[in-house]
Design a protein around this ligand. Structure first.
Ligand SMILES: [Zn+2]
Ligand SMILES: [Zn+2]
Length: 295
């Protein structure tokens, strides 16, 4: 089997990731339900999710559940349609579910599709073991997700005011890490945002800067972490090249070379990443797509 991973969107205009499984050699006739996956967050239109998945050969029908990090609009926009129209189970903490149904972007209030997760309690969903963990951020309740699948571990920490010991313990387990690098401190300070917003973003319940993420990775990047995707980059206060280089330089000082010792990419806001495929039958052939996505 192989694991498939793609970021469909990342940033304040929408966040959505797909992780799934499929046979390494696609059979002529696909057994029903053999290939399937989950979404982490659904902050973009369903038609965009459908199209972006189809573009990389993944039928939308494979999406089997949605796991939600928190109730900000850029993470929940399509939950009403996905849950109540497409009948997908929507997993979130109890407080996040309350927030989702109070949010104006939730066009169809969630009812029978609601499923609950609890922090630090692993939940089994078919081949997936998914553990939400607490991260500081100014929503009703915010979690990161540790997603174990066929012996590999993905960790998502997308809106994070600061990396606490709790979050760090999960991040430490990642083979594949999706970690926020929201803003460049200088661009934020010089930029157009009003003072209260600047304070919110850079505060302990806001977002991680390129520097904070770079410093953290320099001190903590585990040898088993083979891929790091920098996510949730700000349009006004960051640039993919700047986020990438800030992390690259900081790690280079520690003798860790991006592109050689591990794969590093800064995710684009509205353009999907390449499709990453990890063959779990052979650990040595992890695919690294030849795309322009490492800038
Ligand atoms: Zn967000
Ligand atoms: Zn948020």
């Amino acid at each position: 089997m192989k694991i498939q991973f793609i970021c469909l969107a990342s940033g304040s205009s929408g966040n959505c990731y797909y992780i799934g499984v499929t046979p390494s050699d696609p059979p002529l006739i696909e057994k029903e339900g053999e290939s399937y996956g989950i979404l982490i967050d659904a902050g973009i239109a369903v038609r965009t999710i459908r199209k972006s998945l189809r573009d990389v050969g993944i039928p939308f029908e494979r999406v089997s559940a949605v796991f939600v990090t928190h109730d900000h609009a850029d993470h929940i926009k399509s939950l009403g349609t996905l849950g109540e129209r497409c009948n997908l189970p929507i997993y979130a903490t109890r407080e996040t579910h309350v927030g989702i149904n109070h949010n104006y972007v939730t066009t169809h209030k969630l009812t029978s599709c609601m499923r609950y997760v609890e922090k630090d309690k692993p939940l089994t969903f078919r081949d997936f073991t998914i553990t939400p963990f607490e991260v500081p951020h100014d929503a009703n309740d915010t979690v990161g997700y540790c997603v174990e699948l066929l012996g590999r571990t993905f960790v998502f920490a997308t809106d994070v005011g600061q990396i606490t010991d709790t979050a760090s313990a999960y991040i430490d387990r990642a083979n594949y890490l999706i970690l926020e690098a929201n803003y460049d401190p200088e661009m934020l300070q010089r930029g157009p945002y009003p003072p209260h917003l600047k304070k919110r973003i850079s505060g302990p319940n806001g977002h991680l800067s390129n520097e904070e993420t770079a410093d953290y990775l320099a001190d903590h990047l585990a040898p088993h972490t083979s891929h790091v995707w920098l996510c949730h980059l700000s349009a006004e206060n960051n640039h993919p090249d700047l986020a990438y280089k800030t992390v690259e330089w900081r790690l280079r000082e520690r003798g860790i070379i991006a592109g050689k010792d591990f794969y590093l990419a800064a995710l684009k806001r509205t353009t999907p990443s390449a499709l990453f495929e990890f063959d779990v039958d052979d650990a040595s052939i992890d695919a690294q797509p030849q795309d322009d996505n490492n800038a």
